[in-house]
Design a binder for this molecule. Structure first.
Ligand code: FES
Ligand code: FES
Length: 207
């Protein structure tokens, strides 16, 4: 008898358990989008090149187009649908709104999941390729725009919203670190372009 090419698997997604039959070749991205209707995670290149499909696996960033669904069993999977706390946006989501960190929004779920990973990695003291002093005793480097650009470099944005994305990640990291939420729309003219973020409240973060 030919070996079976499909199995029933149980995935832990955003704290909920989903049991589904999948062909063993099904990627996690396709399982999310095509089997579970969790379409917030986007398919861009389907080749691990663009970051649109980024999710968190056990809190670490992963491109779901390069993960087999069967290999994700037993992992804690976080998708963009699980980032907010009910109606309350996560500080990273709020920062993307406040700073207009998107245009069409297609890359945004992946950018936000990646930003969540970046902030955690940085807080844990992980160096990046542009960190000058990588000795463990040096601790986490300042999360400068250069550091953010490098750490977010796996997430492409065809709209070119990079300047605002970097600002959003910087603000979100600061909010997470201090617990203080600032409203950029209320700041002085030095951040005037971000005042347009007030209008972004009418837009939806792509989900
Ligand atoms: S769709 Fe996965 S990296 Fe592009
Ligand atoms: S906002 Fe359009 S691709 Fe990034």
């Amino acid at each position: 008898m030919a070996p079976s090419t499909s199995s029933a698997i149980t995935l832990n997604i955003n704290g909920e358990k989903y049991t589904l039959p999948v062909d063993h070749r099904t990627t996690l991205l396709d399982a999310l989008r095509e089997h579970l209707d969790l379409t917030g995670t986007k398919k861009g290149c389907d080749h691990g090149q663009c970051g649109a499909c980024t999710v968190l696996l056990d809190g670490r960033r992963a491109v779901s187009c390069l993960q087999l669904a069967v290999a994700a069993e037993g992992r804690a999977i976080t998708t963009i649908e699980g980032v907010a706390d009910g109606e309350r946006l996560h500080p990273v989501q709020q920062a993307f709104l406040d700073f207009d960190g998107y245009q069409c929004g297609y890359c945004t779920p992946g950018q936000i999941c990646s930003a969540l990973g970046v902030i955690e990695e940085h807080a844990a003291g992980w160096p990046s390729a542009v960190t000058a002093d990588v000795r463990p005793e040096a601790g986490a480097p300042p999360l400068t725009p250069e550091e953010i650009r490098e750490r977010m470099s796996g997430n492409l944005c065809r709209c070119g919203a990079y300047v605002s994305i970097v600002e959003a990640v910087a603000r979100a990291a600061e909010t997470q670190r201090t617990g203080v939420t600032e409203n950029p729309a209320a700041e002085d003219s030095a951040t005037e372009p971000r005042a347009a973020g007030a209008e972004a409240g009418a837009k939806e973060v792509a989900a």
